[in-house]
Design a protein around this ligand. Structure first.
Ligand SMILES: NC(=O)c1ccc[n+]([C@@H]2O[C@H](COP(=O)([O-])OP(=O)(O)OC[C@H]3O[C@@H](n4cnc5c(N)ncnc54)[C@H](OP(=O)(O)O)[C@@H]3O)[C@@H](O)[C@H]2O)c1
Length: 231
């Protein structure tokens, strides 16, 4: 049976590769990105999908835009993938890029974005027989991670892992499983060319993990290879 995925930040990087995997498996895709008119690779995928992909404009930090979009979409969503994210300042305490504006953007995008997206499309998830919410987080947000720097990116991923646990607690009684995932260190605009793995390797693993997500695994944090990670 076909599975319908909604993926945010679907126009490039891990989101684009997840979108490719969904369509090559014969499943359906609701692809969200900030500027569909500039999303050439995603448009090409949609054109080649025999109508299984729809692309919509959405900024995950804009709750009104997400709520209005959700009113236009009646279809069932089986897997809601909150992938869109920003990195912001990567440096130490002395990094001058940690301004109020950049801190606000990373926290709003990476923490509130998945919350606003899940809230807007909850009605679509409730139509599914096996509803799942998958949040792309990062091991950099784990309290066990030994690295320094990138203060607010780390805090944003720790924050969204906390949102994940709270969502899992609230939605368990409604049969909706929620988990967060570390995609690996991935060769994308954010990860850089020196990263460990390609977006193809990451996306293949993540799609397998989303397939395994159920209520027995809700509230947990996983690596793309399936190993469990500490929050
Ligand atoms: N790459 C890694 O090594 C790595 C490691 C751990 C976790 N992650 C996480 O994996 C996810 C994807 O990262 P990536 O490596 O694919 O990054 P990327 O190549 O920089 O792509 C980021 C995506 O998020 C979108 N986005 C950013 N802000 C948005 C907003 N407000 N509303 C909607 N879309 C927005 C971007 O859209 P635009 O094109 O419009 O900017 C783009 O599609 C992120 O959550 C990231 O934190 C990545």
């Amino acid at each position: 049976m076909s599975t319908t995925y909604l993926i945010t930040g679907a126009n490039r990087g891990i989101g684009l590769e997840l979108s490719k995997n969904v369509l090559s498996a014969g499943d359906s895709l609701i692809a969200l990105c900030r500027r569909p008119e500039a999303a050439n690779a995603l448009q090409k995928l949609a054109e080649e999908s025999d109508g299984r992909a729809q692309i919509y404009a959405a900024d995950v930090s804009d709750e009104t835009m997400l709520d209005e979009l959700a009113q236009q979409i009646d279809s069932t969503i089986d897997v809601l993938v909150c992938n869109a994210g920003v990195m912001s300042a990567r440096g130490s305490l002395a990094d001058p890029h940690n301004t109020a504006e950049s801190v606000s953007t990373v926290l709003l995008t990476n923490i509130a974005g998945p919350f606003f997206t899940a809230r807007a499309f909850l009605k679509n998830l409730k139509l599914s027989k096996q509803p799942r919410i998958a949040i792309i987080s990062s091991y950099m947000g784990s309290q066990q991670h030994s690295g320094a720097g990138a203060y607010f990116y780390r805090a944003s991923k720790a924050g969204v892992n906390n949102i994940m646990v709270t969502l899992a607690n609230e939605l368990k009684t409604q049969g909706i499983a929620v988990a967060s995932y570390h995609p690996g260190w991935v060769q994308t605009d954010m990860g850089g060319s020196a990263a460990d793995i390609t977006s193809a390797v990451s996306a293949k693993g993540l799609i397998e993990r989303f397939g395994e997500l159920n209520l027995a695994k809700t509230g947990q944090f996983f690596n793309y290879d399936g190993s469990q990670l500490p929050l």
